[in-house]
Write a protein that binds this ligand. Sequence first.
Ligand SMILES: Nc1nc2c(ncn2[C@@H]2O[C@H](COP(=O)(O)OP(=O)(O)OP(=O)(O)O)[C@@H](O)[C@H]2O)c(=O)[nH]1
Ligand SMILES: [Mg+2]
Length: 346
Amino acid sequence: MKNPFDRFYHVPNSQELLDIAFKRGMKSSAQVSKNAHILIKAKKKESKRIKVTIDDLINRILNIIKMVPMIDDLPDFYRELASLLVNTNNLKLALGKLNGILPVLRQIEREYTSKLSKIEIPKEGDQLRRAAFGRISSIINKQNKNLIYLNSIRGNLREIPSIDPTSPCVVFAGYPNVGKSSLVKNISTNKKIEVQEYPFTTKKLILGHLEIKRKFDKIKLQCLDTPGILDRPMTLRNNIELQAILALRLISDFIVFVFDPTPACGYSIDSQIELYYEIKFNFTRDGKVNLLIVINKIDLASPSEIEHLKKELQLQEEGYFLTNALTGENLDQLITYLNNRYTDTN
Ligand SMILES: Nc1nc2c(ncn2[C@@H]2O[C@H](COP(=O)(O)OP(=O)(O)OP(=O)(O)O)[C@@H](O)[C@H]2O)c(=O)[nH]1
Ligand SMILES: [Mg+2]
């Protein structure tokens, strides 16, 4: 499904909203006969200016509200991810407040149209329109904080990957700095993935694709790069780690667990093993989701480090891969494995 926040475009601030609305209002011209009385002309002209201004503001505020999907109606993955990325209560509140000013604007329109119908000299029309514009400004300016807030969170939400439910999703998970991003970047189409020598480089879910040719068609296997997860209680995990947990819990069809058997990543092998078992026991949905082990950084690892890990995990001769994500060594084996796994039978 396409990221539901895909159409969450730029939200103007109050000044931008007002500038355009007043400009449109002042440019508008009322339909009034040339021979009409000057007072009638003033009444119609100013009523029209107020109406056009208010219509413009209401339309554009409605557009802002409509750009944001109803959070509570979203599929679990998108709803939960949105609430890890932004405070969705604040988001709903901001939209609610914007919605709340719409009837107030309509009320101002009615009030000033009625006042304008009673003026006795043309000059009063101009004064009333200025007064109406003043009220409108004050109402819209009070929303400035909300508008700025909405604009500030949209970047996070628009970066949510669009997950295709009809195509399998392979989630790459593991401790920080073990080489998850390097692997996904290497095997998938997404060459923009950031790789750095420090942990927690990846702060969000990032999608890449790997084309799998089947007998009669081809599919785009989704390879999801995730932020690193630490071995600690769920309640202590931050919103960055929890995005990875969410992907494992809700959208993984297959998990690639990446180990760094060397001290290079900065975390002990025992902690990585603990995390591996947590994921294996909690996120493989009673065996429905398979889990593959990738032991990365073999160029740095000593034979004893690899042996130690294999022994701890009771690995047989098959069922894991030894890779170097920097040079791409053995990644062809991983790609072939995924190819075979998703060719025709799935
Ligand atoms: N020598 C060596 N370095 C590697 C290998 N794979 C990754 N690296 C390096 O390890 C560091 C971390 O790589 P990333 O791919 O960013 O690791 P990550 O698991 O995505 O890290 P986070 O996003 O922080 O969780 C980078 O400096 C990579 O160049 C490898 O096989 N061998
Ligand atoms: Mg990364």
